[in-house]
Write a protein that binds this ligand. Structure first.
Ligand SMILES: Cc1ncc(COP(=O)(O)O)c(C=O)c1O
Length: 363
C-alpha cells in the first residue's frame, strides 16, 4: 500500500515530546493527524495521512440512518528503547474484518490495516504522553458513506484511524474494584444478532442499561444471554471469575459475546505465565451467584483493552442489595493477570512471538 502523506506544516504540529503536566484522562485528546482511505467501485483507494479534523458526509449517508459502522480499539506503548510498540493490532484487524463481514461491509486487508496504524504511530510518535501508565489509544473504524435511504448495504465506505494520547485507566493505580448490576431488564445481544461484532448499534443499545447501572451505584451491567440463563459480558468487557481451586473461567465465546483480544491473550498465556489454569465454560448466572455466596468463587472481573483488567468487588441487585466477591478487594490472580499483561505491553516482560508491532521510522 502506498500511503500519501499530507501533513500539517511543521509549525502547526507537535515537534517536542509530550510531557503532560497533570493526569490525562482516557480517550479525550487527539493527535495532529489521522489515516483515511475510501472504498469506491469495489476497491480501496487513496490511503493517506492528513490533519485530524471533521470530514464532510452527505446527510443521507447510510451510516447516519442505519448505523452501518464498525470500529476497533487497541493500544500502543513507549518502551525503554524509545520506540513505540502496538499490542496485537493484527488481531484487531482480523476482528474488524469479521465485523465487516457480519454487517455487509468490505474487508480491509489485515496487512494494510497494520501498515496504516504503524505509519500513523510513526508520524505521531512525539504525542506519546510521557507519564506513568500512559498509552496511545488507537481507534480504527469504518462507516458507510453512500447517500441513499434504501435499507441495504452502502456501495461506498470510509476507513479511518485516529489516535488518542491517554493516561492510565486507573489514575490512582490498579486498586479500585468496581460493582456490576445484576438485572434481567436489559440484554446486550441475542443469538443470530450482532453481539460478536464491534458495531456502533450494540453500544447505542447499551447506553440506557449503563445509565441505570450508574443510578444503582454500579459501573456497568453484567449481561446475561437472551434466555436469562448464562453470563455473557461485563458492560464493554468480557467477564471472568476465579474459583477457590485456582481456575480462571471466561464465558465460552458465542455469537452474542465479543471475542476480547485481552481474553484471548489471557487464554494463550495460560497457566505457565499466569499461575492459574484458564478455561472457557458456559456459566449459569444462578450457579455463579451461589458460588460467590458460598466462597467457591473468590475473584471476578472484566477483560478489555481500555482497563486491561477490572476487578469486581461486588454485584448489585435492583433492590439495592449487594453481594461481595471474596474480600471485596483485588484478588491475587486478578492482580497477577494485570501485571503480566501490562508488563508485556510495556516491554517489561518478554512478549510471546508476534504480539508487539514496532512502529518503523519512516516519516
Ligand atoms: C462488548 C465488548 N466486550 C469485550 C471487549 C473487550 O475486548 P478487547 O479485549 O479486545 O478490548 C470490548 C472492547 O473492545 C467490548 O466492547
Amino acid at each position: 500500500m502506498k500511503i500519501r502523506y499530507d501533513l500539517k506544516p511543521r509549525a502547526a504540529r507537535r515537534t517536542d515530546p509530550f510531557r503532560p503536566q497533570g493526569p490525562l484522562s482516557f480517550g479525550q485528546l487527539r493527535t495532529d493527524h489521522m489515516f483515511l482511505m475510501d472504498y469506491e467501485d469495489g476497491a480501496w483507494r487513496d490511503p493517506r495521512i492528513v490533519p485530524y479534523g471533521p470530514f464532510s458526509l452527505a446527510p443521507g449517508a447510510v451510516v447516519l440512518h442505519y448505523s452501518q459502522e464498525i470500529f476497533e480499539g487497541a493500544k500502543a506503548f513507549l518502551h525503554q528503547d524509545g520506540e513505540i510498540h502496538a499490542f496485537r493490532i493484527d488481531r484487531n484487524a482480523q476482528r474488524l474484518n469479521r465485523s465487516a463481514e457480519g454487517i455487509c461491509m468490505p474487508p480491509v486487508p489485515v496487512a494494510d490495516q497494520v501498515e496504516a496504524i504503524l505509519a500513523l504511530l510513526d508520524v505521531e510518535r512525539l504525542w506519546f504522553p510521557e507519564q506513568e501508565g500512559a498509552s496511545l489509544y488507537i481507534r480504527p473504524f469504518m462507516i458507510a458513506t453512500q447517500d441513499s435511504l434504501g435499507v441495504k448495504p452502502s456501495r461506498s465506505y470510509l476507513f479511518c484511524c485516529f489516535l488518542s494520547p491517554s493516561g492510565p485507566y486507573y489514575p490512582a493505580g490498579f486498586k479500585e474494584p468496581v460493582k456490576l448490576l445484576i438485572t434481567r431488564r436489559f440484554h446486550r445481544a441475542a443469538p443470530g444478532g450482532t453481539g460478536a461484532m464491534k458495531t456502533g448499534g450494540n453500544y447505542a443499545a447499551s447506553l440506557m442499561a449503563g445509565e441505570v447501572a450508574h443510578k444503582l451505584g454500579a459501573s456497568q451491567v453484567l449481561y446475561v444471554d437472551a434466555s436469562d440463563r448464562y453470563i455473557e459480558e461485563a458492560g464493554a468487557m468480557n467477564h471472568f471469575h476465579v474459583t477457590r481451586e485456582g481456575k480462571l473461567v471466561i464465558p465460552t465465546f458465542t455469537d452474542s459475546i465479543l471475542r476480547s483480544i485481552t481474553s484471548e491473550s489471557v487464554i494463550e498465556l495460560g497457566k505457565a505465565a499466569l499461575g492459574v489454569e484458564v478455561v472457557q465454560e458456559r456459566i449459569e448466572l444462578e450457579s455463579f451467584l451461589s458460588g460467590v455466596r458460598s466462597g467457591a468463587i473468590t475473584e471476578a472481573g472484566g477483560f478489555g483493552t481500555a482497563a486491561v483488567v477490572s476487578a469486581v468487588g461486588a454485584y448489585v441487585f435492583e433492590d439495592g442489595k449487594e453481594l461481595k466477591v471474596g474480600s471485596g478487594g483485588i484478588g491475587e490472580h486478578t492482580r497477577r493477570v494485570y501485571e503480566v499483561v501490562t508488563g508485556i505491553q510495556r516491554g517489561q516482560r518478554p512478549p510471546p512471538p508476534g504480539w508487539l508491532f514496532k512502529a518503523p521510522r519512516l516519516a
